[in-house]
Design a protein around this ligand. Structure first.
Ligand code: F3S
Length: 393
């Protein structure tokens, strides 16, 4: 096992000369570095922290945050929390939940993190560049930025990303090196996939590959939005940190010698969708896991413009910044009778306070929402056009 060597300055932090919080942070990074056989810490350009919703972190999380509270030293964005701070919703919450959630927000604010509350900080807030070393939690965003942007982060947890944000460094191992980014499985996909079918591919591959990095062939016209759906579904069902798509992602030529080969046919995708979908009309249609991009809001606005709404509630989720920049689309959707929320999402808000069944096009939400403690929902997993059939008269 390699020994992780600290610089003189890092040693001082390690010994507590800079205070308790940096000491906890660097010791956490040191332990993770030793486990990953890193020989040094390297500077990072940004951090993104998950574990913001009171629903997920609870009292233990608040205690940890109070203990480690310290100014961050790099641009740091935050994941969604339990409700929309500015507009309220998406569901009823009690006074205690509100109070505890805002306590968490205040601790983070004192640390100097951005008012972002989104799992797609790479739209506007915190956009990394190719080759940047970063320390990000939120598994769907990790897969997206590694794969589509070519930034470099391991699959960090909320605490390790926060420790990196404070120290401004991360252990140099895994995805920070070319070797750790090589595909070991070639996945031949016969049919051109759309958004929902990419999400289904993620559910299918995640369960099969565990943590092996795949290179996907046969999808040369895949778009960023569709690969965002794949990132999220893979993140829910596996420990895969990134994927490559031949002819699309920047590092798709990084492949191990003699990779395993898997064929994925139309039947595999159909079966995955069928297995995950109740066909009963849900009480809620929820779209935006991961948070929607401007072009997705525009697309939905075009589909509902001038139409009359019936049936289940329609909730869309995005970031504050995307919502602010998509004023026309948001107005069209809200005139139709849908609601557009920011700061929160269908999984980290306490959805079961108001709903017991949800329709979504997200593979990740399809995985989490039925789980007890996450959503307790009956889920209908299908494409946007099919979901909207329930709400357009
Ligand atoms: Fe984002 Fe919430 Fe889904 S954090 S990826 S919208 S579960």
């Amino acid at each position: 096992m390699k020994q992780l060597l600290l610089t003189k300055e890092e040693e001082k932090i390690f010994d507590g000369e800079m205070g308790e919080a940096p000491k906890i942070a660097i010791r956490l990074l040191y332990s993770l570095g030793e486990l990953g056989e890193a020989d040094r810490l390297i500077p990072i350009k940004s951090a993104h922290i998950s574990g913001v919703s009171y629903k997920n972190v609870g009292e233990g999380g608040i205690r940890f945050l109070n203990k480690i509270s310290h100014k961050v030293s790099v641009p740091t964005s935050l994941n969604p929390l339990g409700f929309d701070i500015e507009n309220g919703g998406p569901v009823d919450i009690d006074e205690n939940f509100h109070k505890k959630q805002m306590e968490i927000v205040e601790i983070y604010k004192k640390m100097g993190v951005m008012d972002s509350f989104t799992c797609t900080p790479y739209y506007y807030y915190n956009e990394p560049s190719f080759g940047d070393h970063i320390s990000w939690a939120e598994s769907s965003a990790i897969i997206y930025v590694n794969s589509l942007i070519g930034a470099r982060t391991n699959r960090e947890s909320g605490p390790s990303a926060l420790a990196s944000a404070i120290i401004g460094k991360t252990p140099d191992h895994g995805l920070h090196k070319d070797e750790g980014r090589k595909a070991s499985v070639v996945v031949n996909v016969s049919d051109r996939l759309d958004y929902t079918r990419f999400a289904a591919l993620g559910l299918f591959l995640g369960a099969k590959l565990n943590k092996k990095i795949p290179v996907i062939r046969g999808q040369k016209s895949a778009e960023g939005i569709e690969l965002k759906a794949l990132s999220a579904a893979l993140s829910a069902t596996s420990s895969i940190p990134m994927f490559h798509v031949e002819g699309v992602t920047k590092e798709y030529r990084l492949i191990c010698e003699s990779p395993e080969v898997i064929e994925v046919g139309k039947g595999d995708i159909d079966e995955t969708i069928g297995k995950n979908s109740s066909q009963q009309e849900p009480e809620l249609i929820a779209i935006g896991c991961p948070h929607l991009a401007p072009e997705e809001l525009d697309y939905i606005a075009k589909l509902v413009k001038g139409k009359r709404k019936v049936g289940p509630d329609l909730f869309l989720f995005t970031s504050r910044e995307v919502k602010a920049k998509s004023g026309d689309a948001v107005r069209t959707i809200e005139n139709f009778g849908g609601k557009v929320f920011s700061d929160t999402c269908m999984v980290v808000s306490p959805l079961s306070n108001n709903y017991s069944s949800t329709g979504t096009n997200s593979g990740k939400a399809t995985f989490y929402l039925p789980l007890k403690g996450y959503g307790n929902q009956k889920v209908a997993f299908m494409g946007i056009m099919d979901l909207l059939k329930w709400v357009i008269a």
